[in-house]
Design a protein around this ligand. Structure first.
Ligand code: S3P
Length: 445
């Protein structure tokens, strides 16, 4: 299923118990990184379980445009023959990242270390998102923006560094995208590139760089932070990557399983990297029954089978330092909080304002239009849970896949159906969301 030009509205209505096993697609963060690191390696990279959503397919196209050989060899199976560190060729046409901030910002980092110029572009949502956060450190490393939209936004032309300089960089916000861009540029720089983060963000880039042969260390910094150092100019060699199921996509069936009475569902091979499991921690604090079995590890990434059973939830307070480990999950947590008894306070959500949409405002609007009492106080979101949700609202998705999926999950347990104005963007991260949820018993029409 892919996005068409026309909006595709959909209703979700109160459903009977959700039951059965559902395979959630591959992790988006790991899929982008496997393609990019494969392209920067010498030799063959084989990827299984790649997320074949539009965001990742755009990254695959950009790797081809930069000179790597990228082929689909079967369902979710891909093979990459890379060009080696700093080996990208000048692309003949603009690189279009569609809706994906991750694809765009990580490839900016990879291009910044090569002596080539590339034009970066994306859809209206991506064109409105801040890029300076990545371009500022890349400029310190020697890359230059020669043309850009207002405020340094897309479309922009990035001239990579002829002689990239290694830097020590303290990220101004906890962002794996900023960290990854600096590390990917640092691959081409002689000497040690260091990134210091005050709060640890997802570490898939570090784990995968190690898997592909880079020398990289990560040490604690302060109470919640990390200091990551990598030796530049490594010989990266192609590797096998098994992509686990995306916990940020699993979040939707997980919350659906909790709020739809009588549900009992199984989600195999969900990645359980602790820097991604803030939602599971929070839901358990709310009283959720989520069991982990079949725990295993592949290429440094832990994964487990999740069993989720419908549960009575209660409101909780979510501390700000948990935000990086569940940054993409607040929308669907807000849905869970609406069905809980009591108030849920989610603190420190400033980064939600610069995602695919302003997710702080969009989440509040989604709840309000469905009869839930919600407030935004500074960077905090406060949801008054009453154990049930009236529903009946029309939710504006704002070109944001996660708003569409969260609203549809809400409709499965609400008093009246919940309508979303456009489901097309779901294809960016979870192309089979609708059939997969239907296979568990979800009623969409
Ligand atoms: C991502 C990092 C996060 C997250 C995004 C994926 C990644 O963004 O929101 O969906 O793969 O590095 P920030 O690093 O900007 O917080």
């Amino acid at each position: 299923m892919s996005k068409s030009e026309l909006p595709t509205p959909l209703d979700a209505r109160a459903s009977g118990p959700l039951t059965g096993t559902a395979r959630v697609p591959g992790d988006k963060s790991i899929s982008h990184r496997a393609l990019i690191l494969g392209a920067l390696s010498v030799g063959e990279t084989r990827i299984s379980g790649l997320l074949e959503g539009e965001d990742v397919l755009n990254t695959a196209k950009s790797m081809r445009a930069l000179g790597a050989n990228v082929e689909r060899t079967g369902d979710f199976a891909w093979r990459v023959h890379g060009v080696g560190v700093a080996g990208f060729a000048q692309p003949a046409s603009p690189l279009d990242f569609g809706n994906s901030g991750t694809g765009c910002r990580l490839v900016m980092g990879a291009v910044a270390g090569c002596p080539i110029a590339a034009v970066f572009d994306g859809d209206a949502s991506l064109r409105s998102r801040p890029m300076r956060r990545v371009l500022d450190p890349l400029a310190l490393m020697g890359a230059r923006v020669t043309q850009a939209g207002e405020g340094g936004r897309l479309p922009l032309t990035l001239q990579g560094a002829g002689e990239p300089v290694p830097i020590t960089y303290r990220t101004p916000v906890a962002s794996a995208q900023i960290k990854s861009a600096v590390l990917l540029a640092g691959l081409a720089a002689p000497g040690v590139t260091t990134v210091i983060e005050q709060e640890a963000s997802r570490d898939h880039t570090e784990l995968m760089l190690k898997h592909f042969g880079a020398e990289i260390t990560s040490e604690p910094e302060g109470r919640h932070g990390r200091r990551i150092s990598m030796i530049g100019e490594p010989e990266l060699h192609g590797a096998a990557v098994v992509v686990p199921a995306d916990p940020s996509s699993a979040a939707f069936p997980v919350v659906a399983g909790l709020i739809v009475e009588g549900s009992d569902i199984i989600l195999p091979d969900v990645m359980t990297n602790p820097l991604r499991t803030g939602l599971l921690t929070t839901l358990r604090e709310m009283g959720a029954s989520i069991e982990e079995t079949e725990v295993r590890r592949d290429a440094g990434e832990p994964m487990a089978q999740l069993r989720v059973r419908a549960s009575k939830l209660r409101g909780v307070e979510v501390p700000p330092e948990r935000a990086p480990s569940m940054i993409d999950e607040y929308l669907v947590l807000a849905v869970a909080a609406s069905f809980a008894e009591g108030t849920t306070v989610m603190r420190g959500l400033h980064e939600l304002r610069v995602k695919e949409s302003d997710r702080l405002e969009a989440t509040a609007a989604m709840l309000r239009v469905n009869g839930v009492k919600v407030d935004i106080a500074g960077d905090d979101l406060i949801v008054e849970g009453r154990g049930h949700v009236p529903g009946g609202g029309l939710v504006a998705t704002h070109m944001d896949h996660r708003i569409a999926m969260s609203a549809l999950v809400m409709g499965l347990a609400a008093g009246r159906p919940v309508k979303v104005d456009d489901t097309g963007f779901i294809a960016t991260s979870f192309p089979d969301f609708i059939p997969m949820m239907r296979s568990l018993g979800a009623e969409f029409s």
